[in-house]
Design a protein around this ligand. Structure first.
Ligand SMILES: [Zn+2]
Length: 298
């Protein structure tokens, strides 16, 4: 199966990415200009969408779907453009985990948080005005350290998206983050919101769009087969009770967050732009099929 990224469709030939590199093939079309293949392939008003390559009785056939290019296409360019998304899961043990398998540990953050709580606790016991002022200054100093760290994580998430050729970075909707992550302390909630704001703000200059999706079931759902069950997740480990897929629970969730956006797009404009979720060795495409890195990047 080919799309615009794994194949380049020309009017007289196609360039296909294969495990052995690019292969160029000329079309053999019926002579009559009225037969559908000849008519549409030569017509500049039609563009190639997806294609299936099939081997039959010693010959190769390309089954291509074509679409009429709308006159106002230019104005909705961003809508018809191919999307590749980086899903990002947020959590208390790992601040962020990307659908490419990159982890940003929360160890440093949690260490500071505990230190801060301890110091604040001992200052509070003094109860004097001096102690109160000290609590505030500790708070400000800690905020500063947390913020620098979050800037670094935000930059690295954007780097990961650029490196993976992503047009979108997808986060879970933070509105109900307290209910979704009950173990999160207020500092975590604060950190998630900051991190989202930094990524959103910084990604603009790189032409990357940042979006939020409904986080429902992203931690219980299998990113491979879609089976959703409470028993799939046990702490940090995920094991699908149906297909047996096993991986780090946060990584599975990161992939699901990307897939959630894919499904939303599909519902919004059925048959519209294809969407891929970027993974560590390739991408999940619009039909849920795994595309290897070689063909996904071609
Ligand atoms: Zn499964």
């Amino acid at each position: 199966m080919y799309d615009k990224r794994s194949a380049t469709f020309h009017r007289d030939h196609v360039s296909l990415s294969t495990v052995d590199g690019r292969v160029e093939c000329d079309y053999i079309l019926p002579d009559s200009s009225e037969t559908p293949p000849t008519k549409y392939v030569s017509d500049g008003d039609f563009e190639f969408r997806m294609a299936h390559l099939q081997y039959r009785d010693g010959d190769w056939y390309l089954h291509a779907s074509m679409r009429k290019v709308e006159a106002d296409e230019g104005s909705s360019e961003s809508e018809s453009k191919h999307r590749t998304v980086l899903g990002v899961d947020l959590g208390v043990n790992n601040l962020a985990v990307a659908s490419t398998g990159r982890f940003w540990s929360a160890d440093k953050f949690n260490h500071w948080r505990r230190e801060y709580e301890n110091r604040r606790g001992s200052l509070q016991q003094c109860g004097s005005r001096y102690a109160h002022e000290n609590i505030e200054s500790v708070g400000q100093k800690e905020d500063g350290r947390f913020e620098i760290h979050l800037h670094t994580v935000a930059n690295e998430i954007i780097e990961e998206a650029i490196k993976s050729g992503c047009s979108h970075i997808v986060f879970e909707d933070l509105t109900h983050i307290r209910e979704n992550i009950p173990e999160a302390a207020w500092q975590h909630v604060w950190a998630f919101r900051r991190l989202y704001e930094y990524v959103e703000y910084k990604s603009e200059e790189h032409g990357i769009e940042v979006v939020q999706v409904d986080p429902r079931n992203t931690s219980k759902r299998c990113s491979t087969c879609g089976f959703t069950h409470d028993d799939n997740r046990d702490g940090e480990s995920f094991e699908c009770q149906k297909c047996g897929y096993e991986n780090h629970a946060d990584y599975n969730a990161g992939k699901n967050i990307g897939l959630q956006y894919l499904r939303r797009r599909q519902n919004a404009d059925a048959g519209g732009a294809p969407v891929d979720v970027r993974l560590n060795r390739g991408a999940l495409n619009v039909s849920g099929k795994y595309v290897s890195l070689a063909s996904a990047e071609a």
